[in-house]
Design a binder for this molecule. Structure first.
Ligand SMILES: [Fe+2]
Length: 290
C-alpha cells in the first residue's frame, strides 16, 4: 500500500490511539487530533486521507466535514461510525464523505481495504488535478504564443500592404513627373476625392479605401505607351482606344493583391460617367455604387 499522510479526529483516546497504531504500522504518517476544531487547525492540502469521528464535543464530524469541503483540497474523508448508527453513515456519504468504517474496528482486512481504496482515490484526484493544471497552463501558453504570432503576422501584412502601395505610388508619380501636364495628377485627384468623401461623411474604412484607390487609380498607364500621354494635341482614335484601356489594365495589376479587392472597383471604373458614356464598361447611375 502506498504510504500516505493521514489526519484523524476522534475524541475517544482509545479509538484514536488504536487507529493511529494500525495506520503507523502500515507505514503511514498520522496526525491525530482530539476534536474537529483541532483537525481543521491541522488540515493542510498535503494530507491524503481524513478519518473523522461523528460524535465529538464541540464541532461534530458533520460540521468538520463541511469546513473540510470548503477548503476544496479533494482529500477523501472516511467516517468512524458507532454500531447501530447507519443513518449517520448515510448522512455522511450524502454530505460528501468517501466511505465509513464501523467502530470498534473488528475486521482489520476490511479496514485496510477501505484505507487503501481511499488513498488510491486521493492519488487519482491529485493526478487529475495535475493533468488539468498542466493542460490549462499549456492552453494558456499556446494561446499567448498564437496571439503573438498573429500580431507579428498582422504587422507584417500591414507593412507589406503599405510598402506595395508606396511602390506603386512611386512608380506612378515618377511616370507623371516626366510630363508637365500630368505632374501631381494623382496627388490632386486624391486630395479632391478625399474632400468629397469627407463631405459625403464616408466612414473611416471607406475613406481609407478611397485614398488607396486614388493613389493607384492610374497605375494602368504604366503599361500604356507613355508617348501617347505626353503627346501634344488630341489623340488619334487608335491612341484613344489604347489610352482607354488603362483603367482595366490598372484593375488587372491590383487584382492579385488580396488586400486591395475593395479598391479594384474604383480603379476599374474611375473613367465611367453617371450618364453611362464613360469607359471601360459604360456603367452609369446606381451601377457605379460599390
Ligand atoms: Fe485615369
Amino acid at each position: 500500500m502506498a504510504q500516505a499522510k493521514i489526519l484523524i479526529a476522534d475524541d475517544d483516546t482509545l479509538v484514536r490511539e488504536a487507529v493511529n497504531k494500525i495506520l503507523s504500522m502500515f507505514g503511514h504518517t498520522v496526525v491525530a487530533c482530539a476534536s474537529g476544531e483541532e483537525a481543521i487547525e491541522a488540515l493542510t492540502a498535503d494530507f491524503d486521507l481524513i478519518i473523522l469521528d461523528i460524535n465529538m464535543p464541540g464541532m461534530d464530524g458533520f460540521e468538520t466535514l463541511k469546513l473540510i469541503n470548503e477548503r476544496n483540497y479533494g482529500i477523501p474523508v472516511i467516517f468512524l461510525t458507532g454500531a447501530g448508527s447507519m443513518e449517520y453513515a448515510v448522512k455522511a456519504i450524502n454530505l460528501g464523505a468517501y466511505d465509513f468504517i464501523p467502530k470498534p474496528i473488528e475486521d482489520l482486512d476490511i479496514f485496510n481495504i477501505k484505507i487503501k481504496r481511499a488513498i488510491e482515490k486521493r492519488m487519482y484526484v491529485l493526478q487529475e488535478r495535475a493533468y488539468k493544471e498542466n493542460l490549462e497552463t499549456e492552453v494558456r501558453s499556446k494561446t499567448k504564443e498564437l496571439a503573438k504570432k498573429n500580431r507579428l503576422l498582422e504587422e507584417y501584412n500591414e507593412n507589406l500592404e503599405v510598402s506595395t502601395l508606396n511602390t506603386m505610388l512611386t512608380l506612378q508619380t515618377a511616370l507623371e513627373e516626366k510630363d508637365m501636364y500630368t505632374a501631381g495628377h494623382t496627388t490632386r485627384v486624391t486630395l479632391h476625392a478625399m474632400s468629397i468623401g469627407k463631405a459625403l461623411r464616408l466612414g473611416e474604412e471607406e475613406l481609407t479605401v478611397l485614398d488607396r484607390a486614388c493613389k493607384v487609380h492610374d497605375i494602368g498607364k504604366l503599361v500604356v505607351d507613355v508617348n501617347y500621354i505626353r503627346k501634344p494635341g488630341p489623340l488619334s482614335d487608335e491612341e484613344w482606344l489604347l489610352m482607354k484601356k488603362h483603367p482595366e489594365i490598372g484593375a488587372n495589376i491590383i487584382k492579385p493583391l488580396a488586400f486591395m479587392q475593395d479598391e479594384l472597383f474604383i480603379v476599374r471604373h474611375h473613367h465611367e460617367r453617371m450618364d453611362g458614356k464613360g469607359y471601360p464598361d459604360g456603367l452609369g447611375g446606381d451601377e457605379l455604387t460599390c
